[in-house]
Design a protein around this ligand. Structure first.
Ligand SMILES: Nc1ncnc2c1ncn2[C@@H]1O[C@H](COP(=O)(O)OP(=O)(O)OP(=O)(O)O)[C@@H](O)[C@H]1O
Ligand SMILES: [Mg+2]
Length: 279
């Protein structure tokens, strides 16, 4: 099915999942970035790289309205994010899963209850507070989400007894419970050991691929950026200084991107990208 075809539940789905035009952000007197133009196609996996403080998290958070912007427009799933308020913004956010470096689970609850919390994006009330008050269908769906991340056997275990990698996978299962169309992930593997980090990135990549979901993740791990994306965007000098296909990228060359002074990388001609997922 073409990405542009209509889904009766959602209306016409545009071929691009995300489109930014002229986006600028300043914190107080400190400009973070400006003139950001970026189109991400539906189903595309995009890695965002860049030195500390270049605005990667700020950009990601602008995509679901967590960070307001000062200029430009951010369109996600056909909606103008920063024009939405209240229920309309909540409905859009429910379609966008977010995975953070820190998993933000409720430590005294079991894995299954934490996954059921993912339903709060879609409905409210006591039925989504914990597994024991959730309807059977919700428990079954949450269990299927845990199964999808390989943790069905840990469903009733308190999350404070799980390893860091297992906890992050529970957080991913909770995000799946949202039934998201887009997955945003801000350094999801940064707190994990190399093996658990690889597993989490592999999982996110497969979860996006299997359902045609768009994936945008921030990473400082250049192997991850190359292995788990179609396209790599580099932020530097207050803008996009790199935009290349992952198949053209080598981790060592990307490491060189960090060695250059910000002004130099910003002046670099931006590589024209035409990825496999491009419409
Ligand atoms: N809430 C805030 N208030 C003020 N300044 C902020 C705020 N959030 C971010 N900043 C500033 O904006 C700039 C970009 O921050 P951001 O967290 O987006 O960078 P980053 O690229 O994600 O960095 P890192 O790689 O360290 O995670 C930094 O200078 C940061 O200090
Ligand atoms: Mg960050």
């Amino acid at each position: 099915m073409s990405a542009a075809q209509a889904n009766p539940a959602l209306g016409v789905v545009p071929s691009h999942a995300i489109r930014l035009a002229g986006v600028a952000k300043t914190f107080g007197d400190v400009p973070v970035f400006s003139g950001i133009d970026l189109t991400i196609n539906t189903g595309e996996a995009v890695a965002i790289i860049g030195s500390n403080g270049t605005g990667k998290s700020t950009l990601l958070r602008a995509l679901n309205g967590l960070n307001p912007i000062d200029a430009g427009s951010v369109e996600v799933l056909g909606a103008s994010v920063h024009a939405l308020k209240g229920d309309a913004l909540r409905r859009l956010r429910a379609r966008i899963g977010f995975v953070f470096q820190k998993h933000f689970l409720v430590s005294r609850l079991c894995a299954l209850s934490n996954v059921i919390h993912g339903m709060q994006a879609r409905r409210s009330g006591p039925q989504v507070w914990a597994q024991w008050c959730a309807p059977a269908a919700a428990r079954e769906e949450a269990l299927a989400c845990l199964q999808r991340v390989g943790l069905a056997d840990k469903a009733m275990q308190r999350v404070d007894s799980l390893s860091g990698g297992q906890s992050q996978r529970v957080a991913i299962a909770r995000m799946l419970m949202q039934r998201p169309e887009i997955i945003l992930a801000d350094e999801p593997a940064a707190s994990l050991d190399p093996r658990a980090g690889d597993e989490v990135m592999e999982l996110l990549f497969h979860l996006s691929r299997e359902a045609g979901r768009t994936l945008v993740f921030v990473s400082h791990d250049m192997e991850h950026a190359v292995r788990y994306s179609d396209r790599i965007i580099g932020l530097s000098g207050g803008g996009i200084a790199l935009d290349i296909s992952a198949t053209e990228a080598r981790p060592q060359e990307l490491t060189g991107f960090f060695a250059k002074p910000a002004a130099e990388t910003a002046d670099r001609p931006r590589a024209v990208y035409s990825g496999a997922a491009a419409a």
